[in-house]
Design a protein around this ligand. Structure first.
Ligand SMILES: Nc1ncnc2c1ncn2[C@@H]1O[C@H](COP(=O)(O)OP(=O)(O)OP(=O)(O)O)[C@@H](O)[C@H]1O
Ligand SMILES: [Mg+2]
Length: 368
C-alpha cells in the first residue's frame, strides 16, 4: 500500500496542511520542535489509531481548538483506493475507513500495515523482558487469532491464581492445582507458538542485519523459565511438573513465580547478549531490524506491502548504515524525520519537506 495524500487539521502544532507524498522516500526536515514527529504521528494515527507518545485525546488537538482531523488517501497494491479519516474530540477518537465508521485497531492493522520506529523502540533491545515479550505477543497475535485468545486466557487465569495465592489457605489446594493445569495448557502452547515464530523471524532478521551492518552473527534465543532449552519437548506435562515443583515456594511467597509471563528473548550479537554488550548504534540497528523484520509477515498476512515510518533514527547510525537503510527501503514507501538530511543523496526517488513551526513545505521533489 501507499499513502498518496494527507490532510492534517488542528493536530498538535499543525493548523491546516495538505501533503502529496511520493511512492518511495519522503523526508521531513526541520529544527527541534518544528512538527516533524507530529506530522508522521498524524499519518500513523490516521491509519492505525495508535500513537507512540500518548493516548490523551486533548493533547493531540491544537491548543485552543475543539477537534483535530487527519485524512489519508491510500492506494493498495491491487490499485484499489480508500480514505481513512481520523477524528479526535476531547472525549473520543475514531477512524472512518473506506466509509465505515469506528474501525477497530485490529481491523485497521489488517487493512493498513504500518511499521513505525521511534527512538523509544531502542527499548526492544535495551529494555526489560516485558518489551520483548510484548513485541513477540503482538506479532504472533496478529498472525494467529488462536494465540491472542490463549494469551488472554493465560493472563486471566494468572490473575485468579495471584489472587488465590495472596489469600491462600490449605483448603485452596485443589483450586490451585486446577489453575496450574489450565496455565500449563495455555502456557505450553504459547511457548510453542513463540518459538515457532522466532525460528521464522530469525531468517528475516539475519538477512536485514547483514544488509544493514555487514554482520550476520546474530540470533534470537527464547529464554524460558519452564523449559531448559527451546529444543526440548515443550509439553504441557513438563510445564505442569515445573509448576508443581515450585508450588510450595509460590504459596510461601504468595506470588506466581514462574510461567510464560516471565520469559524473555535474548538478542545475541556476536555470541553476546546485545542488551548489555552492544553499543548504542548497534542496539539501534538491531531494534530497526526487529521492526523491519515484520514487513515479510505483514505481506504474507495482508497481501500488502507495509509502509514504514522512521522517527529520528538516522542521527545515531553511521553513514554506511544510513545509506544501507535507504537502500533496503528503496522499494517501500517510507517516511523519515531528521533535523538534517545527510542520508538521502543516493536515493533515486525522493520528496523532501521542510517543517517549521507546524508549516510544511515541499523543498525537493525528484520523482520521475
Ligand atoms: N496540542 C498541541 N497544540 C499545539 N502545539 C503542540 C501541541 N502538542 C505539541 N505541540 C508542539 O509541537 C512541537 C513538537 O513537535 P514535534 O514533536 O513534532 O517536534 P519535532 O520537529 O519532531 O522535534 P525534534 O527534532 O526535537 O524531534 C512542540 O513545540 C510542542 O509544543
Ligand atoms: Mg521529533
Amino acid at each position: 500500500m501507499r499513502v498518496t495524500r494527507l490532510w492534517i487539521k488542528d493536530f498538535r502544532n499543525i493548523e491546516n496542511v495538505v501533503l502529496e507524498f511520493g511512492d518511495k522516500l519522503n523526508i521531513f526536515t526541520g529544527k527541534n520542535g518544528s512538527g516533524k514527529t507530529n506530522t508522521i504521528e498524524a499519518l500513523r494515527m490516521s491509519l492505525s489509531l495508535k500513537s507512540h507518545r500518548e493516548n490523551k485525546n486533548v493533547n493531540f488537538i491544537r491548543h485552543s481548538c475543539s477537534r483535530a482531523d487527519v485524512k489519508a488517501e491510500i492506494v493498495f497494491d491491487d490499485l484499489t483506493t480508500a480514505t481513512s479519516h481520523l477524528a479526535i474530540l476531547p472525549n473520543k477518537k475514531s477512524v472512518k475507513f473506506d466509509g465505515q465508521e469506528n474501525m477497530k485497531k485490529n481491523t485497521l492493522r489488517l487493512n493498513c500495515p504500518v511499521i513505525f520506529f521511534a527512538p523509544e523502540d531502542l527499548d526492544l533491545i535495551k529494555g526489560g523482558p516485558s518489551v520483548r515479550r510484548d513485541f513477540i505477543d503482538e506479532a504472533v497475535s496478529f498472525l494467529s487469532p488462536r494465540y491472542a485468545k490463549e494469551l488472554k486466557e493465560y493472563y486471566e487465569i494468572l490473575r485468579q491464581k495471584s489472587f488465590l495465592l495472596k489469600n491462600y489457605r490449605e483448603s485452596d489446594k485443589g483450586l490451585l492445582e486446577l489453575y496450574n493445569e489450565a496455565l500449563a495448557k495455555c502456557g505450553s502452547s504459547i511457548v510453542r507458538h513463540r518459538i515457532k515464530f522466532l525460528r521464522e523471524f530469525d531468517e528475516y532478521l539475519i538477512s536485514l542485519h547483514r544488509s544493514l551492518s555487514g554482520s550476520d552473527d546474530i540470533c534470537l534465543n527464547y529464554i524460558s523459565n519452564i523449559y531448559d532449552d527451546a529444543s526440548s519437548a515443550l509439553t504441557e506435562e513438563i510445564y505442569l511438573l515445573k509448576l508443581s515443583e515450585r508450588s510450595r515456594e509460590e504459596i510461601l511467597s504468595r506470588q506466581c513465580l514462574l510461567g510464560i509471563h516471565k520469559d524473555d528473548i535474548a538478542v545475541i550479537l556476536s555470541g553476546r547478549n546485545s542488551r548489555s554488550f552492544a553499543s548504542q548504534g548497534q542496539q539501534r540497528t538491531l531494534a530497526i531490524c526487529m521492526k523491519l523484520g515484520m514487513i515479510g509477515f505483514y505481506k504474507e498476512k495482508t497481501d500488502q506491502k507495509a509502509i514504514v515510518m522512521l522517527d529520528d533514527v538516522m542521527s545515531e547510525l553511521d553513514s554506511q548504515r544510513r545509506s544501507q537503510l535507504i537502500e533496503i527501503l528503496s522499494d517501500t514507501q517510507t517516511f523519515i524525520t531528521a533535523t538534517e538530511d545527510n542520508f538521502s543523496h543516493d536515493a533515486a526517488e525522493k520528496k523532501i519537506f521542510s517543517v517549521s513551526d507546524g508549516i510544511i513545505t515541499t523543498i525537493a521533489d525528484n520523482r520521475p
